[in-house]
Design a binder for this molecule. Structure first.
Ligand code: BES
Ligand code: MN
Ligand code: ZN
Length: 504
């Protein structure tokens, strides 16, 4: 997708379709009695020609103003554009760049299926121009992605050209914002492509090859190690999962070390790369197991994040590590009761072979520290329990460092992704105590997302660390107006923004 910034009056822009946001300026409904109250709809543009082109429709009573409602006008009077698409954004009072991202995605998905390949989006009043440009470009990229890769009738409809019409601003800055957001949006789609692939087409080896190819393209150092190196490094926890599969595992290490960056900090991005999670000997039920092809989403997030970082060039060192393997039952698979020795030397009693993500991450986090990482972030589709706690809309954040959390929280807010901090507390350690080894790999049912994070904390130890449990948010079971169903690419934008924050 090509993006252009335009300072023309919206009415003068020649385009397949002009897109404008409609906002409801009525006071939010306070009680039942008011629920029939009429919306007060206005186009969020100062251009009188756009307002008057929309006036008839907005006055007709046909438009509710509810978020993501779309109305397409042909040959809008007084506009150079062939069409005017009005996308409702809900209440004007609550409207933010978070909503704007989704509105831009909705516009893309509405127009591309109507055979349009380009459009011009009028940046709405009320949001600072640079913030608006970022939200529109990111949202448009997200909306442009389709997962129907293997359908013979795949239409491959895409928006190729996006013009963003802004009232005023510094052209150089706004163009740079558009360019950077496009890098981020395209990296998010790169991640989604990896997650979308089925496990027969996204083995650990293939994931490693994709990381290598991407690294060559963007100028990252990348090593992909196999079973020998994993054993040589004494990654007993990672290997315990890998040993059961005929597919060889891959330890993917990507390094971004710009000459201009200081020695420290070194940020470590660690991802869970289970290319298929059957559960192993503690096998999962058949229902819904196909979704476990997405159990490498955390790893794909970190590979995509490294891509974005290499292209954005922040002045900070970053190492990306992905522990990729299948989790399979077989004659070679580990069994409940087995005791494994992690790279750190800690011994782990395997209670449940389906709690495999924390095993590969235990060694991934420890290895990152060995490589000199001073701060860690991991992303993983780690627990069903986080889905019980937070559902499918909000990802869980865990940390051992309040200051680091503050940095992450502000990056996360800027990136416009929904996440919520969950607690860690030493009382939960009881649940992962073993009578035969240092620790068990499953804390049982209650507080399952927390005990999983407590397990990881044993390997992050004193290193400041953020853990993102994206089990409920990495895969969308239903499409939304702004995004296709399938892989969401959650967490990439927050991680990239977080890394950028260290470069300032
Ligand atoms: N990959 C799963 C977690 C998961 C569940 C991801 C649902 C996406 C959607 C993970 O490896 C797992 O199986 N976790 C177990 C842990 C339990 C055995 C302690 C779980 O959550 O049931
Ligand atoms: Mn599992
Ligand atoms: Zn898993």
């Amino acid at each position: 997708m090509k993006t252009t910034i335009s300072f023309s009056a919206p009415a003068e822009v020649e385009t397949e379709s002009l897109v404008a946001v409609v906002l409801d300026h009525a006071e939010p409904v306070a009680n039942e009695k008011e629920k029939d109250k009429k919306p007060e709809l206005k186009v969020a543009s100062a251009d009188p020609a756009v307002q008057s082109a929309a006036a008839g429709l907005l006055a007709s009573g046909e438009v509710t103003g509810k978020a993501f409602e779309t109305n397409l006008l042909h040959k809008p009077p007084g506009l150079q554009a062939k069409r005017l698409l009005l996308v409702s954004g809900g209440s004007a009072k609550k409207f933010s760049s978070y909503d704007l991202r989704r509105i831009a995605g909705t516009a893309v998905r509405t127009l591309k299926t109507r055979a349009m390949r380009s459009f011009a989006f009028v940046a709405p009043l009320g949001i600072p121009a640079e913030e608006a440009v970022r939200a529109i470009v990111e949202g448009a990229c997200v909306g442009n992605f389709e997962p129907d890769y293997y359908r013979s009738d795949r239409k491959d409809q895409k928006i190729d050209d996006l013009t963003i019409v802004v009232a005023a601003g510094d052209e150089v800055r706004l163009s740079k914002a558009a360019e950077e957001s496009q890098i981020v949006g395209e990296s998010q789609n790169f991640t989604r492509d990896l997650v979308n692939e089925p496990s027969n087409r996204m083995t650990p080896t293939i994931l490693g090859e994709r990381a290598k190819k991407m690294s060559t393209e963007v100028g990252l150092k990348c090593e992909v190690y196999g079973a020998d190196k994993i054993k040589e490094l004494k990654m007993g926890a990672f290997w315990s999962v890998a040993q059961g599969s005929d597919e060889p595992p891959a330890l993917i290490v990507m390094k971004y070390e710009p000459a201009s960056a200081p020695e420290k900090p070194v940020l470590g991005l660690v991802g869970k790369g289970i290319t298929f999670d059957t559960g192993g000997i503690s096998i999962k039920p058949a229902d819904g197991m196909e979704k476990m092809k997405s159990d490498m989403a955390g790893g794909a997030t970190m590979i995509g994040a490294m891509r974005a970082i290499a292209l954005l060039k922040p002045k900070v060192k970053v190492i990306g590590i992905v522990c990729a393997t299948e989790n399979m039952p077989s004659g070679k698979a580990q069994k409940p009761g087995d005791v494994q020795v992690a790279m750190s030397g800690k011994t782990i009693e395997i209670i449940n072979t389906d709690a495999e993500g924390r095993l590969v991450l235990a060694d991934g986090l420890y290895y990152a520290r060995q490589l000199g990482c001073t701060h860690l972030v991991d992303a993983a589709t780690l627990t069903g329990a986080v889905v019980v706690a937070l559902g499918h809309h909000i990802a869980g954040v865990f940390t051992n460092d309040d200051l680091l959390y503050e940095r992450f929280r502000s990056a996360n807010a800027k990136a416009g992704e929904k996440m919520w901090r969950m607690p860690l507390d030493d009382e939960y350690k009881e649940q992962i105590r073993s009578s035969i080894a240092d620790i068990v790999n499953s804390g049982g049912r209650w507080g399952g997302a927390i005990t999983a994070a407590m397990f990881l904390k044993e390997f992050a130890e004193e290193t400041p660390w953020i853990h993102l449990d994206i089990a409920g948010t990495a895969w969308l079971d239903e499409q939304k107006p702004w995004i296709a169903k399938g892989p969401s690419g959650i967490a990439l934008r927050s991680v990239v923004e977080f890394v950028k924050g260290f470069a300032q």
